[in-house]
Design a protein around this ligand. Structure first.
Ligand code: SAH
Length: 281
C-alpha cells in the first residue's frame, strides 16, 4: 500500500520528476542523446528533460520524427542524417556544426538513434568536441540490438541459449564487409551474433561465418523497423541468407540475429498486431 506522501508525489506526475536532481542543460554544451530504436516511450527521462531544455536539436535519419514533437515551441530542428549509407553530411561537417552551435552559446542536443556509443559515431563526435574544448554529456539510449530485439521476442541472452553475445557491424566506412573483424573467431565465439548495418553484405557475412565453422542451418532473423508500428520480422538460415535478402529485400533499418536466440519467438513474440497501437510501448 502507498503511504500518503508517496500518493501525493505520484499525483504530480512529471512535475515530481522535474523536482529530482536532473543535471542542468548549460548554454554552450552539447548533449549526445540516444533516442532508442524508434518507439517514443523508449527514450529515457533524461533524454526527455534534454528535449525540453535545449535550444537546437541536430538529429539523425534514424530518429523517429514523432520524437521531435517533444521539444518546446521555438526549438530549432536541424537534420544531419545520412541516406543510403552515403553521407549527405560528412562526419566532420556534423561535428563542426555542433561546435559552431555550441560556440554561439546554444544548448545543443545531438539526437541519435539507439545508443550514441553503439555504432552511432558518438565516440567520434565527442572526441572532436573534446578536442575543441566544447563541454559535452552523453545520454545513453536503448540500442536497437538489444531493445529492438526485445520487440521481436528475442532475448539477447538467455541461460538456455547463450552465455555470450557478440555485437558487430556488417559495414565498414566504405560500405564493405569489415575486413578487420576476425570472422572465423566470431563464428565460433558466441552462440548469438547481433549485427547492425548488415543487410547489404549479409550473403558475404554468412559465407564467412560458415567458412569459420558456423552450421549452415543456423537461424538468421531480420528485425526491420524494430519497435515501430511497421516492424517486420523475417527468418532464414545462414545457407540461404544471401539469396533471401536479394529476393525479399527486407526493409531497413534492420537488425540481423544469427543463432538460436530467435527460437524463443515462438513463445515470446509479444508485440502482436493487437498490441501495436499501444501508445505507451
Ligand atoms: N546507435 C544505433 C545504431 C546505429 S547504426 C543503436 O544503438 O541502435 C544503424 C543500424 O542500427 C541500422 O543499420 C540497423 O542495423 C540498426 N537499427 C537502428 N534502428 C533500428 C530499428 N528501429 N530497427 C532495426 N534496426 C535498427
Amino acid at each position: 500500500m502507498l503511504n500518503e506522501t508517496t500518493k501525493s508525489q505520484n499525483a504530480q506526475g512529471f512535475a515530481r520528476l522535474d523536482a529530482e536532481n536532473f543535471p542542468q542543460f548549460e548554454k554552450g554544451w552539447v548533449w549526445l542523446v540516444g533516442a532508442g530504436p524508434g518507439a517514443p516511450g523508449l527514450m529515457s527521462l533524461l533524454a526527455y528533460h534534454a528535449m525540453q531544455n535545449c535550444d537546437v536539436v541536430v538529429y539523425d535519419a534514424l530518429v523517429n520524427p514523432d520524437i521531435l514533437n517533444w521539444v518546446r515551441a521555438g526549438t530549432e530542428l536541424e537534420y544531419a542524417g545520412k541516406r543510403g549509407g552515403r553521407p549527405s553530411h560528412t562526419q566532420t561537417d556534423i561535428s563542426l556544426r555542433l561546435i559552431e552551435l555550441a560556440k554561439e552559446g546554444k544548448r545543443v542536443l545531438r539526437l541519435k538513434g539507439g545508443d550514441p556509443f553503439m555504432f552511432g559515431r558518438g565516440g567520434e563526435e565527442s572526441q572532436t568536441l573534446a578536442k575543441h574544448g566544447v563541454l559535452f554529456r552523453i545520454v545513453p539510449g536503448i540500442s536497437s540490438g538489444i531493445g529492438g530485439l526485445a520487440y521481436a521476442g528475442i532475448p539477447a541472452t538467455h541461460r538456455d541459449t547463450n552465455h555470450a553475445v557478440i555485437f558487430l557491424t556488417g559495414h565498414d566506412a566504405t560500405g564493405k564487409m569489415p575486413a578487420n573483424v576476425n570472422w572465423p573467431a566470431v563464428a565460433m565465439a558466441a552462440p548469438v551474433i547481433v549485427m547492425y548495418m548488415a543487410v547489404k553484405n549479409l550473403g558475404e557475412i554468412a559465407t564467412a561465418l560458415m567458412a569459420g565453422g558456423r552450421p549452415a542451418d543456423n537461424p538468421v532473423t531480420l528485425v526491420s523497423n524494430a519497435s515501430m508500428p511497421h516492424q517486420q520480422v523475417h527468418s532464414t538460415t545462414l545457407a540461404e541468407a544471401g539469396e533471401f535478402v536479394k529476393l525479399k529485400e527486407p526493409p531497413t533499418p534492420a537488425i540481423v540475429v544469427v543463432g538460436h536466440a530467435s527460437d524463443w519467438r515462438e513463445i515470446l513474440d509479444w508485440y502482436k498486431a493487437e498490441l501495436k497501437e499501444n501508445k505507451i510501448g
